[in-house]
Design a protein around this ligand. Structure first.
Ligand code: ATP
Ligand code: MG
Length: 367
């Protein structure tokens, strides 16, 4: 293998089908259910892959932690020919669930269109290799297929991230793909028809709504499932704990995992700032302008671990945590600094000895 070709273990972020390859193989091997055409396992096994369980003596780790019913509804949608749209606040695992569903159903989560204001119709349908087009005219070799076209040909799943950020022409291009299940290529006088198993999983962020409201025609072609923020403190702590451990091990961070106490504290702070109320509902607090989602809690803690591993004793200290909290909560805004200061003085300071160390470190950071 040449030096420029990375081996899989050096890949920075492994896709779900690689990361959980052994779990997927066990599920396929032990599958007792009926496998829909084009799928690699039954809907029941897909569910087990997402919410966790056992397959022939092998533990399947939960990927999505939360309401299993929502996951069942998502899978059931993909069994029919309807497309799936996952919506919700930032950091509620929309992309994560979409990646893991594609990995379980189709074995490849990499056919992705990333929606931005600059996404073009060609990125949804097809484009051309212009050098070849000029030299030979339109030929099948010169055709550059979009991830969606490739999923159609293979009977697989294409992912469309942040669909509501796209301009309406681009969204319209999807309507015909979803209702006709074909893309015609008039230049070649042919049509690409979707094979059974083809579907699209799109995600959209509720904070972006209004930028480009999705047309009703497009919405009608999707089953929408709203992914909520974690229901309670325990669930959120569990999610954060699990993901931090996974991410830290993939980065090979030489630091101890955050203590349960540190996890509880970070998640408590996040939930209180997010809801504008202390957990005992006795006191109102102000919310910072930025998003403070579960995903932020996860990256804050992995950052603090990296700090501890690289410049500390390998054990996460209150100072490491305070640095992470400061970065997550105060985003280039003086107002946030004030919000954080008020929270520190009105809430954290009064929480007694167990919080004293963190309070002092945060106070110092927020000067
Ligand atoms: N309920 C949950 N179960 C498991 N992991 C979760 C859950 N909620 C959040 N996470 C974790 O949070 C991280 C961020 O999730 P993800 O990027 O999928 O969010 P998103 O909803 O796509 O956000 P955005 O709208 O910003 O794109 C992932 O590492 C994911 O594992
Ligand atoms: Mg996302």
């Amino acid at each position: 293998m040449s030096k420029t070709e990375p081996v899989m273990q050096d890949i920075m972020r492994k896709p779900a089908e690689v990361l959980y390859q052994e779990e997927l193989q066990a599920l396929i091997r032990e599958d007792q259910g009926k496998v829909p055409t084009g799928w690699q396992m039954s809907p029941q096994s897909v569910l087990k892959f997402i919410v966790g369980g056992q397959a022939g003596g092998r533990t399947i780790t939960p990927k999505y932690i939360g309401n299993a019913r929502l996951v069942e509804m998502a899978i059931a949608t993909l069994v029919t020919d309807r497309a799936l749209l996952l919506i919700g606040e930032p950091g509620t695992a929309k992309s994560w669930l979409s990646e893991n569903l594609s990995a379980a159903i189709y074995g490849n989560s990499g056919l992705v269109v990333q929606g931005t204001a600059g996404t073009t119709e060609e990125q949804v349908r097809y484009s051309w290799n212009y050098a070849m087009l000029l030299a030979q005219g339109p030929t099948p070799e010169a055709l550059v297929k979009s991830p969606i076209m490739r999923a159609m040909e293979a009977g697989g799943i294409a992912r469309f991230e942040e669909i509501s950020r796209c301009a309406s022409e681009v969204q319209d291009a999807l309507i015909s793909i979803l209702s006709e299940k074909t893309i015609s290529v008039p230049e070649l006088g042919k049509e690409v028809n979707a094979r059974k198993g083809f579907s699209i999983i799109a995600t959209a962020n509720t904070r972006d709504r209004g930028v480009n409201e999705m047309s009703t025609a497009l919405k009608r072609r999707f089953n929408m499932i709203v992914l909520p923020a974690p229901a309670d403190l325990e669930t959120e702590v569990e999610i954060v704990k699990k993901r931090v451990a996974e991410i830290a091990s993939s980065y090979d961070l030489q630091a101890a995992a955050p203590s349960d106490e540190a996890l509880q504290k970070v998640v408590t702070i996040f939930r209180e700032l997010r809801s504008g109320m202390t957990l005992d509902k006795k006191e109102k607090v102000k919310s910072p302008a930025g998003v403070i989602s579960t995903a932020e809690a996860i990256s804050l803690l992995t950052n603090s671990m990296a700090l501890a591993a690289s410049f500390g004793g390998g054990e996460m200290t209150d100072e490491d945590l305070a640095a992470g909290l400061q970065g997550a909560i105060v985003k280039d805004d003086d107002k946030d600094r004030l919000v954080w200061k008020e929270y520190l003085d009105n809430v954290m300071k009064k929480r007694g000895a167990g919080w004293r160390g963190l309070y002092t470190a945060c106070k110092e950071m927020n000067q």
